[in-house]
Design a protein around this ligand. Structure first.
Ligand SMILES: Nc1ncnc2c1ncn2[C@@H]1O[C@H](COP(=O)(O)OP(=O)(O)OP(=O)(O)O)[C@@H](O)[C@H]1O
Ligand SMILES: [Mg+2]
Length: 296
């Protein structure tokens, strides 16, 4: 999607923004990401630099996504950037976030960001479920579920479900990982976000063994019910095959199926050596508190 620049936003919206932030001295569009019609870094006279994300009111999916971000922002405080201002003006819905001074996470081989990413994902597992009812994870796969699978995927943890490298930013100061773009949340078992992230590591070029070794640092994953993991993998593969066809889905499905090679602590029939091989320390980077971002 091509992003809308600052000058192209309706005057009414720009005025509403400047009323709260002071004059916008400069603005530049962010090219990464697909969904929001406007994604801008703005430098303001009164509020410093902010990240502005907006959609037109008639963009139903975009507005729903942004509404989720808005609803969950308090809950995810500490792992994602705080929203400073909310605007509804000129036919647009916009959120102004605290700017993360940083870069996208490196999730490829030899990345030094994996410790920071793991740290933040573990913070996410401690988040208290929001008051707002969030859809159950299995709900998004309703058409692809087999009997009993929804029950296996039940859980009460808040999940992000889209931890691709453009949705994880590494702060320039301290190397903290921030998980942004809480646009399609769900509730389910707490190991789902680490598992999705391990699949992203494979997608970014890590070997399945390395990705599973990283994943083994999550106790909730180690103790996950293998039947639930199997349901997770099967439903995702089924959904993707039905969406893009057998051929189109094969590479992604293969990565998800790698998750089934892990021996969980609850498994009765352990495959000797598997777990040990997949364990690896996280390293020490990124363990500083991410709360700094939310104080201004
Ligand atoms: N608070 C922030 N500070 C700095 N940059 C940010 C911030 N939030 C987002 N970005 C940048 O803007 C990009 C797009 O943001 P985001 O992922 O929230 O939007 P999106 O259009 O919904 O993307 P997607 O295609 O993932 O849905 C991010 O990949 C990141 O580069
Ligand atoms: Mg995004």
């Amino acid at each position: 999607m091509s992003r809308v620049d600052w000058e192209e936003l309706p005057a009414e919206l720009r005025q509403a923004i400047e009323l709260r932030t002071g004059r916008v001295v400069s603005a530049r569009s962010v090219t990464a990401g697909l969904n929001a019609s406007a994604a801008l870094i703005i430098t303001t006279a009164g509020n410093g630099r902010l990240f502005l994300k907006g959609v037109r009111d008639d963009d139903v999916a975009g507005a729903t996504a942004l509404r989720w971000e808005s609803l969950l922002n308090r809950t995810v405080r500490g792992v994602g950037p705080t929203i400073r201002h909310t605007y509804r003006a000129g036919g647009w819905f916009c959120l102004a976030f605290i700017l993360i001074e940083g870069r996208h996470a490196d999730m490829g081989p030899r990345s030094e960001d994996l410790g920071a990413i793991a740290f933040t994902l573990r913070q996410m597992q401690k988040l208290r479920a929001p008051q707002t009812p969030v859809p159950r994870f299995a709900q998004r796969f309703t058409a692809h579920l087999k009997p009993g699978e929804a029950e296996k995927l039940a859980g009460s943890h808040l999940l992000h479900t889209d931890t691709n490298p453009h949705n994880i930013m590494i702060g320039d100061h301290g190397g903290t990982a921030y998980v942004i773009d809480w646009a399609m949340p769900a509730v389910g078992p707490s190991w789902i976000d680490p598992a999705y992230t391990a699949v992203r590591l494979m997608e970014c070029g890590q070997t399945p063994a390395d990705a599973l070794a990283w994943l083994s640092g999550f106790p909730h994953w180690r103790r996950a019910d293998p039947r639930a993991v199997e349901a997770f993998v099967n439903v995702i593969c089924r959904h993707w095959t039905e969406t893009v066809g057998e051929r189109g889905a094969s590479a992604s499905n293969e990565r998800f199926r790698q998750l089934l090679n892990f021996s969980h602590e609850t498994t009765t029939s352990h495959r000797p050596g598997m777990q040990r091989r997949h364990r690896r320390s996280f390293g020490s980077s990124g363990t500083s508190s991410p709360l700094r971002l939310h104080l201004s």
